[in-house]
Structures are given as C-alpha cells and as structure tokens.
Design a protein around this ligand. Structure first.
Ligand code: LLP
Length: 422
C-alpha cells in the first residue's frame, strides 16, 4: 500500500492554486533530492555508482541541477536534452547519450561534450567515425536480449522492439570498437518500463553480469561498467508498493559477489538511467473543475487536458486523483474526468469513484513528476502550462506558462518565399 500524499497541506495547496492560476505541475524538490540521495546511499557499496537521470522524464534545468548536486548524471536521448544537461552544469563524463535513430549532429554534440555515447545499432559505429573522425575513448552498446526476455506494454517485447544490438552482434560490436581505438567499454540495456516487480530488475542485472563474462571470454574485452537502464516502476495505484532501493541493491550486491567478484571480473561499475522512480511520485498536476455534466455518464471537465498529461489516454494509465478539501467525503460518484480537447480519449480517469464534484473544485492528479509535462503537445492550439518547484526556501516558478505569442513565434506570417524553389 502507498499513501497518496500532497506536497503541501490541502489549504495551502488550494491557496497556491488560486494565487498561481490552474492548471500547473508542481514538484516537491525536497522529496526529489531525498529520493536521489537515498538511491545513491543504497548503492554506495558499488564504487562509482551513478544514476543518469532520464531527462525525458522531467526536462527542466532546475530539476537537473538539483539532481546533479545530489550526485546524479543525465541520460539524454536528443540534442536538446544534451543541451539541457549541459545548461544544468552536468559535466560530459556524467552524461549518458542513449539515443536511437540518431542524427549526425547529435553524435557530433555528444562527442564534443565528452558524453558517454551508447550505440543503439552496429551500423552506428561507422556513423560515429564518419561524423566525429574517430570513436570516443569510452563507448557503450545497448543490448537487446530478444527472446531471452519479455518486455511490457510501454517498452514493448524485446523481439519487436526497435532498440539495441542483438546477442549475435554484440561481440562483433566490441571487437570492431576495439579495432578503432576504443579503450573503455560499457554495456547497457533497457528492457522494462514502469516495472514494480523487483525480480525483473534483478534478472536484468543477472543478464548483464553474465554477458560481461561472455564478452570477456569471447573477445578478451573488459567491460568496465554496466548500465541497467531505467524502468523501475512507481506505485501509481494506492494498493501498489514501491520498489525499495535498499532491498534491490542488496540483491544485486549478492549477485555481484557471485557473478563478478567470484569470477575475477571486478571491478565493474554499476549505473541506472532511472527517471520515473526519482521524480514521478513527487509531481502533481493541479487543475480546476470547469464543468460537471450529466449525460449518459457523469463528466467532470477540467481546465487541464491530455496535453498536460497524456499517460491515461496513451496507455490507459491510472493516476490517482485527490479532490482538495474533500478527502474525507464519501466517494459515491462515478465520473469520467476529462479535458477539453476535441478527442474523446482526452480523459484523466474513466468511471472514477470520487466525492461529489462541483464547478471550481481543485483536483490534484498524482504522480505526474515523470513523463507528465514532458510529453505535452499543442493540439487544438492548447498552450503548455507552468511548472513550480517547492524548495526549502519557498516555491519557485521553474517554467512559466506558454503564451499565445510563444505559440505563434515559429509561424511565418506573412509566409516566407523560398526563393531558390521558385
Ligand atoms: N533510458 C532509456 C534508454 C529509456 O528509453 C527510458 C525511457 C529511460 C531510461 C527512463 O525510463 P524511466 O525510468 O523513466 O521509466 N512515456 C512513458 C515511458 C516511456 C519510457 C521510454 N523510455 C510513460 O509515460 O510511461
């Protein structure tokens, strides 16, 4: 069971909502820092342990800076994400570039920044040489275990997934990299998303530890670091339970002793690329009820929409909802909680039992601290909303709301004639 907490007491949160204007995302920076530190502490037995925070989960410089200060690095998947990590002061050697279908300029930037490049395909070796003139001194490959593992709905079944090099290609990748002067080798995988079963993460460690041995036997190459990817889940539903970093770490440590130290393969650094389990539970989307409508079903229409949080519409994901000031009221009413897009799947919840709602009620939608605001979009010319960060010395605005002027900034009005195509 997991208690669904709010970042401030209800009255204060409602007061802030009225002051700041809904909708917005708000993050608890104190809890995020504590969580990051607790992960670092749990794995402190592993020398050089790091979590490269998945920037895609919450791409805000203030958050990345806070996490960088807690000892994290950044996992970037695109050129703008690389720039965000750099803007937050995260040094190149703490940046993992785990991209796929990568453009030349992205390889170039990652190389120049000294980020760790994690190649998604065997053919990318030649691409990096072509674009950057050589391979970097440190190189990582993303492994796709294919039929060896099962995935889940968000990340996909490994056999069907577009990511990573196959088992048969892996040794060839490392041999080729060594031939081209790579000195330090890493191995990465990402096989699950929002996984709450600790066994699955432990199995991923087992799989990578076994591969480290196999690669050494087959090629003589020493893998210096394994990155277990992201994907540690969070309890979106109150009846679910979070994975304990300490418990997970202890199990991985036992396996490390047996499979790495016991086989003469140490030292081997460990890393993760977790986003969701770091910031997810510490973010809330705060929105107001604009309308309560009784049609064939009962609807509560909010001033937020799926452009603020698309996980329910995209994956049927559950996000807990608290009605501020009505926590102790009976949840006797079933509502579809909707946004205002011209899309019928613009719903935060379907048939959700809630207290009776009225116009003006303020709702907190939980667990929006990862893959929330970041997955936003502008359909129906909806403007992106603000983000706030609670710290020890107050509440900061870390992204103001988009304005109409922001929205049309890239529009060419009047249109610009491309003279060369006349
Ligand atoms: N590393 C790589 C290479 C990834 O592809 C991902 C997420 C992560 C790390 C971070 O995963 P996390 O620890 O945050 O789960 N939008 C979806 C999740 C997509 C996951 C994509 N990759 C959602 O809202 O659930």
């Amino acid at each position: 069971m997991t208690e669904k907490k709010l970042p401030l007491n209800e009255d204060k949160l409602r007061e802030f909502a009225l002051y700041a204007g809904t909708p917005f995302h708000i993050y608890d920076g104190r809890a995020i820092r504590e969580n990051a530190v607790s992960m670092m502490n749990a794995f402190s037995w592993s020398e050089g342990f790091i979590n490269y925070f998945a920037v895609k989960a919450l791409p805000n410089i203030a958050i990345l800076r806070l996490l960088g200060e807690a000892g994290f690095g950044a996992d970037c998947s695109s050129l703008p994400e690389l720039k965000l990590a750099a803007a937050a002061g995260i040094p190149g050697e703490r940046i993992m570039f785990s991209s796929n279908d990568t453009a030349d300029e992205e390889f170039r930037e990652a190389f120049q920044m000294g980020a760790i490049i994690n190649l998604d395909d065997i053919s990318h070796i030649d691409d990096v040489i072509r674009v950057c003139g050589s391979l970097p001194e440190t190189l990582s490959f993303r492994y796709n275990p294919g039929p060896e593992r099962t995935g889940n709905a968000i990340i996909g079944n490994p056999v069907e997934a577009k990511y990573g090099v196959t088992h048969d290609q892996l040794c060839e990748c490392y041999r080729k990299a060594a031939e081209h002067g790579v000195k330090h080798f890493m191995l990465h995988t990402m096989v699950a998303s929002n996984e709450l079963n600790e066994d699955y993460i432990v199995e991923t460690a087992r799989m990578l530890f076994a591969l480290v041995g196999e690669i050494r036997r087959e090629t003589g190459i020493i893998i210096e670091q394994v990155d277990l990817g992201g994907g540690i889940g969070i309890p979106y539903r109150p009846e679910e339970t979070a994975i304990s970093f300490h418990h997970l770490s202890a199990r991985i440590k036992d396996m490390y002793s047996e499979m790495i130290e016991g086989k003469g393969l140490s030292p081997l650094r460990l890393s993760f690329e977790c986003g969701r389990c770091i910031t997810g539970p510490h973010g809330w989307l705060i929105a107001k009820v604009l309308h309560v409508a009784h049609k064939y079903k009962d609807y509560a229409g909010l001033d937020a929409c799926m452009a603020d949080l698309m996980r329910p519409a995209l994956y049927g994901a559950y996000h807990h909802i608290t009605v501020l000031g009505k926590e102790s009221a009976a949840t006797r009413h079933l509502y579809d909680v909707t946004g205002s897009l011209c899309e019928n799947n613009d719903k935060f919840a379907i048939d959700r039992a809630l207290p009776e709602l009225e116009q003006g009620d303020i709702l907190a939608i939980h667990d929006t601290g990862a893959h929330g605001h970041s997955m936003g979009f502008n359909y129906n010319a909806k403007l992106r909303h603000a983000e706030y960060l609670i710290t020890d010395d107050g509440i900061y605005c870390i992204r103001r709301a988009e304005t109409y002027e922001d929205y049309i900034r890239t529009m060419m009005d009047p249109p610009v004639l491309r003279a060369e195509w006349q």
